[in-house]
Design a protein around this ligand. Structure first.
Ligand SMILES: [Ca+2]
Length: 533
């Protein structure tokens, strides 16, 4: 009997070792933002019609651009309110659903009113496009209004955690809530009719408004994946052009900011004067890597320049001001914002125009570059894709490989290789086993040698790609805007394993967590598990 128990334990341990199962609490690999996962034994195909390999399907709104995130038994995904789930929240809203990982059922939702001043601040029906980042029972997110939110993973069902207690005012549309139209939600707003919240609603722990607190000009839709390092949140601000697409209204706005994850206080910002040269908006999120024993924050600006900054480090905020940062001021007032110290910068398009860049708006032949995807850290290098803007810019784009070990302006000395892509690129590259995978808006998927940049194979795909390739279990998962979902072998030789038609555009990157693939179209989230009936 004892022997049997021991053998059973050994079998279980062996099975566990063969099948690593882990959450996916942020978009991409933690810190490096590489689009890879260690999960094994994943499905290489599925069939929505027969249900083969489908664990569950959850309905979303009508437009969903955010990549699903899985942590603590919950699946989080941003969408719009095209399919209202609660009769008290109807009309166009930004929505972030928190679903039960086991069955896809709704646990709670964050439903945020649209900004009403100008549709270009918060584009109609785009919903919440940012993915969340989860740590423990805290969920960090940038909503459609440009609010950085810390949420309780359990929602309001277990009570309202403070300090932020004015969820009802914040989540009530401003047109029916006249006080908060003019100012931030305040106790007086409670005098006006607000939506009565319940157990299906989100619990905001703290809120930082990027427009009021950091002076940005939000454009189209916030798209930020927050990077956590110690007590600090690093995030791209989403500052961009105005509704003419030819003017920057906030030329001093930061592109990268650092908040205290405990309080939401603004601690630091970049001082690189990026804003005047932002061709469209600031949609690329930061990553982190360790180079020669020191951590660096990598950030791609809306001006087509990649920067490396010294992180604030895991020190108390009071000490950060004495550690070589520009301004030694008390941290207790809102004016005490430090400047991030730059280590290097790399221009992905040194031949593009650097002044008066908006004269090239709508010019498909020449103009500046910008960057949508993450700068990915891999083997002491940074891999980043960028080029002319999909909506307003030139038809030219590249995947670039940068040596991350030098300092200063490394545009020339840091250039390892450059590979031309078709038309435009929104994807983040995936780096695995010395291979680089990237897809573009010219309907092509590419596999390169990551070290040399030598092209190994390409595949013509249906539709533009807005998502990023995800490598896991020796496979590459990729969805397109035509609704095609591909599975390739992650190998030097081309092998197309599967092509599935999902019928709706795919903007989200495939997420892999606890043995399950999460594939989101504009209106549905598929949980895909091998051999699930
Ligand atoms: Ca609260």
């Amino acid at each position: 009997m004892k022997l049997f128990v021991l053998m059973a334990c050994a079998l279980v341990a062996g099975a566990t070792a063969r099948l690593p199962a882990a959450d996916q609490p942020q978009w991409g690999q933690r810190w490096s933002r590489n689009m890879i996962s260690d999960e094994r034994d994943l499905a290489d195909s599925f069939d929505p019609k027969s249900g083969r390999n489908i664990k569950w399907i959850a309905p979303l709104g009508t437009e969903s651009y955010s990549t699903p995130i899985v942590a603590g038994g919950r699946v989080y995904i941003g969408t719009n309110n095209g399919e209202p789930r609660d009769p008290k929240h109807v009309g166009d809203r930004g929505v972030m659903l928190c679903l039960d990982e086991t069955n896809g059922r709704l646990l709670w939702q964050l439903v945020v009113p649209k900004r009403e001043e100008d549709p270009y601040h918060d584009w109609p029906r785009t919903g919440i496009s940012s993915p969340v980042t989860v740590e423990g029972d805290r969920v960090y997110l940038v909503d459609n209004r440009g609010g950085v939110l810390c949420l309780d993973a359990r929602g309001l069902a277990n009570g309202n955690d403070g300090p932020f207690m004015e969820e009802a005012a914040y989540l009530t549309p401003r047109s029916t809530n006249p006080v908060s139209k003019a100012s931030s939600p305040s106790p007086i707003a409670q005098l006006f009719p607000t939506i009565p919240l319940g157990t299906l609603d989100a619990d905001i722990v703290w809120l930082f408004d990027l427009t009021k607190g950091a002076g940005i000009w939000s454009h189209d839709g916030a798209h930020t994946s927050i990077l956590i390092d110690g007590d600090y949140l690093y995030l791209n601000t989403g500052t961009g052009v105005d509704n003419t697409h030819r003017k920057i209204r906030t030329p001093n706005a930061p592109s990268l900011v650092v908040l205290d994850k405990r309080t939401g206080q603004l601690l630091a910002r970049d001082d690189e004067h990026i804003a005047p040269n932002i061709f469209h908006c600031t949609w690329s999120s930061p990553s982190l890597g360790e180079v020669k024993g020191r951590k660096l924050i990598f950030f791609a600006g809306g001006n087509g320049v990649v920067y490396a900054f010294e992180p604030l480090g895991n020190r108390p905020a009071e000490e950060a001001g004495q550690a070589g940062f520009a301004k030694k001021r008390p941290w207790t007032t809102t004016n005490a914002v430090a400047t991030l110290k730059k280590v290097w910068q790399f221009d992905i398009d040194p031949n593009g125009p650097k002044e008066n860049v908006h004269r090239f708006t709508t010019n498909r032949r020449e103009g500046p570059s910008n960057i949508y995807g993450f700068p990915v850290f891999y083997r002491n290098r940074v891999y980043v894709a960028g080029g002319g803007d999909l909506f307003w810019g030139k038809n030219e784009a590249w995947l670039k490989c940068i040596d991350a070990t030098s300092t200063g302006d490394i545009t020339v000395p840091g250039a390892v290789w450059s590979y031309p892509l078709e038309k435009h690129v929104l994807s983040t590259p995936a780096l695995a086993d010395g291979l680089a995978f990237i897809a573009d808006c010219g309907r092509r998927f590419h596999c390169l040698d990551a070290d040399s940049g030598r092209p190994l194979w390409t595949h013509e795909i249906k539709g533009e790609v807005w998502a990023s390739p995800m490598v896991a279990d020796g496979k590459v998962y990729l969805g397109t805007r035509s609704g095609a979902f591909y599975v390739f072998a992650a190998s030097r030789e081309k092998k197309v394993l599967t092509e599935v038609e999902l019928g709706k555009p795919i903007s989200a990157t495939t997420t892999v967590a606890n043995g399950v693939l999460y594939v989101a179209t504009m209106s549905q989230l598929y949980a895909v598990r091998k051999s699930a009936e």
